[in-house]
Ligand binder design. Sequence first.
Ligand code: MG
Length: 400
Amino acid sequence: MTTAAIIVAAGRGTRLGGDRPKQFRELGGKAMICRTLEAFDRIDGIGPVVVVVHPYDESLYRASVPDWADRPPVVHGGATRQASVLAGLERLVSEKPEIVLIHDGARPFVSAQLIARVEKAAKDAGSAIPVVPVTDTVKEVDGADNVTGSPDRTLLRAAQTPQGFAFEAILTAHRRAARDGDTAFTDDASVAAWAGLSTVTVAGDVANTKITTERDLMLAEAILGGPETKWETRVGQGFDVHRFTDGTGVRLCGVDISHDRSLEGHSDADVAMHALTDALYGALAEGDIGRHFPPSDPQWKGAPSRIFLEHACRLAGARGRIVAVDVTIICEVPKIGPHAAAMQRTLSKIMGLAVDRISIKATTSEGLGFTGRREGIAAMATATVAVRTQHAEPEHGADT
Ligand code: MG
């Protein structure tokens, strides 16, 4: 009577940004996958444990879990989570476990008590999952994102992992689903339900969170309180100028403002958003817009500037988080004040940053210079970015 475990770590999603899949990112000084495996390794009576990783990530896995004599063996995953789980199940066939626990590699905070609850319920009922109450009211929407219904929240639960199953039953269900080409299941209880198996629930744990976003990772770091991750504050500046040309309006910080002139430029000439984007690149020492989106490349002609800003925000998100930005627009006309709040809201949506972290200011240049002569608009911006430092900085003056 044995219980095996499959840790699914084959996703290559880069929602967290960065150069490695989230399960191999560092969390309090060690790789997330290492913490997840330790949670299972601490429990007597669970084994074997297999880890499913993408073939590209096998060396990353070996580097992430370096010192274990009995480091769990690797199985190569498939194109979907479901295919990866099936690969793990097939690897366990020769072991003939009674129960298998299937767990997300990106849930490193799973407790021994939770694992034990799921294991016991799976032994009793054949199929068991941990769930937590849903605290937000859930909405159903149609294809146009309009609300079509509000399911009764008291009947809803959010499913976690590990999910536990009688091995033979879940293996059969997964094999059948794969053979029938049903590949859209997002958890194993869904595969079990599709195969006609009934599943019981046990109390999950709100701490057993799945780390998906950069914010999740930051919260996890804060919970661990590890000294290994240090933060530093970076400030970048950006400056840009576009000249007026014939036209009927300008776009500034993503907001269209009617005017008797337009701005000339290769993209949509959003001079303020360009300055802001360059400030973010500056904080990250990532050059400027021209380096990432060369003006010589015709695909950026007429491009909305938000794609530049989104790119800079993704780079910032991969390294840390944006603390605040401050934009100053310099022109005699049009008047900026009436549009500043709309600019804040627009930038907030694009950047995923609260409006109280986004400052929009404007000034004239008292009739002096090119902006004073109404020949164009200038914009300057600063960006403050908190960046993780994962490696020791070279000491000042050290020979290199
Ligand atoms: Mg520009």
